[in-house]
Design a protein around this ligand. Structure first.
Ligand code: SAM
Ligand code: SF4
Length: 327
């Protein structure tokens, strides 16, 4: 009988991030060049049924939680069909979506009806002109409208991810924090990571999370908090006195979480990646299309999961954009 998946350091794998596309309707400064990236050929992209096949084979080995990501997952047609298919796998307890939020007003209800549990929405500014400058697309995205649409559809908890960039959006830290005073939302500030195409961003643009927290503390008493009821990402949470929402910090640049890392990633073209950084990956697509069992490949991938990533020793550039690896 198959035994639960554990890597050589004893970390069990319960969590899979599934990238459904490497494409995007935004071109965020820190993620993609303005002209886009060399996109994966369509024939190499896994179908929803093939993604379902991977999840169905991983579930008996301990997989419990999924996150659908990209690129921008909501630009893939009929995403709710994938959600429905994943919801039907009995072992899966939680399905989340990472999105830039632009299409949430239109899609939130359909996704919820198909069985999506919750969302993480990226939003780097609350000012329309600045949103368009950072995303280099003007799609009329309004973070509060999109978060409200998700809330009304019944998606919960709602997490909002802000990549903080010095002299680009760090003057909005307090405005984002104030959202938690009025809404039960979880606003998480992420340290900029020097990966992929950085469009002129450098290490100078990184704002350490300690600085973010001390600025928010100027708004009122800030206490440590357990954070949102669902999800076990690498954020640390705080709460302003009396606020329904929480404030989180995600600190890939100043702390690492590798020792407790329980995640693997499935790229849009069917590679299982066991670390966000570096080239630890095994191609599942061919075996999947030839109807061969995937378990030996899962075990091979896990045997190669590194103890920790090497990001902190690396210089800007040379690492693939998060949109390409299912960040
Ligand atoms: N398109 C979706 C979105 O933006 O949420 C999902 C994919 S996106 C690659 C996933 C997350 O990675 C987003 O929260 C984004 O802000 C973050 N991200 C991408 N590049 C980053 C970088 N260089 N530093 C920090 N966070 C980054
Ligand atoms: Fe697209 Fe998300 Fe990358 Fe922005 S961070 S370009 S929304 S994939």
């Amino acid at each position: 009988m198959s035994t639960a998946l554990k890597d050589q350091f004893g970390r069990s794998i319960e969590y899979l991030r599934i990238s459904v596309t490497d494409r995007c309707n935004f071109r965020c400064l820190y993620c993609m060049p303005a002209e886009g990236l060399p996109w994966l050929p369509k024939a190499e992209i896994l179908s929803y049924e093939e993604i379902g096949g991977v999840v169905r084979q991983l579930a008996p080995l301990g997989l419990r939680r999924l996150r659908i990501t990209g690129g921008e997952p909501t630009i893939r047609p009929n995403l709710e069909e994938l959600v429905r298919l994943l919801r039907a796998v009995p072992e899966i307890e939680d399905i989340a979506l990472s999105t830039n939020g632009a299409r949430l007003p239109e899609l939130a209800h359909r996704l919820r009806d198909a069985g999506l549990d919750r969302i993480n929405m990226s939003a780097d500014s609350l000012r329309p002109d600045r949103i368009a400058k950072i995303a280099r697309r003007n799609l009329g995205f309004d973070p509060a409208t999109s978060a409200l649409a998700a809330e009304r559809a019944g998606l919960a908890p709602i997490k909002i991810n802000v990549v903080v960039m010095r002299s680009i959006n760090d003057d909005e830290i307090e405005d984002f924090a104030r959202l938690t005073l009025d809404h039960p939302w979880h606003v998480r500030f992420i340290e900029l990571m020097p990966v992929g195409e950085m469009s002129g961003l450098t290490w100078e643009h990184i704002v350490p999370s300690d600085e973010v927290l001390s600025r928010i503390a100027s708004l009122g008493a800030l206490a440590k908090d357990g954070g949102p009821p669902r999800g076990n990402g690498p954020a640390e949470y705080y709460r302003l006195a009396g606020a329904p929402g929480t404030i989180g910090v995600i600190t890939p640049m100043t702390h690492t979480y590798c020792a407790s890392c329980n995640r693997v990633r499935l790229t849009a073209d069917g590679r299982l990646r066991t670390c966000l950084f570096g080239d630890h990956e095994v191609l599942l697509r061919d075996a999947l299309r030839q109807h061969e069992p995937l378990e030996p490949l899962f075990r091979q991938a896990l045997a190669d999961k590194p103890k920790e990533h090497a990001l902190l020793q690396m210089k800007v550039g040379g690492l693939r954009a998060l949109s390409q690896v299912g960040g």
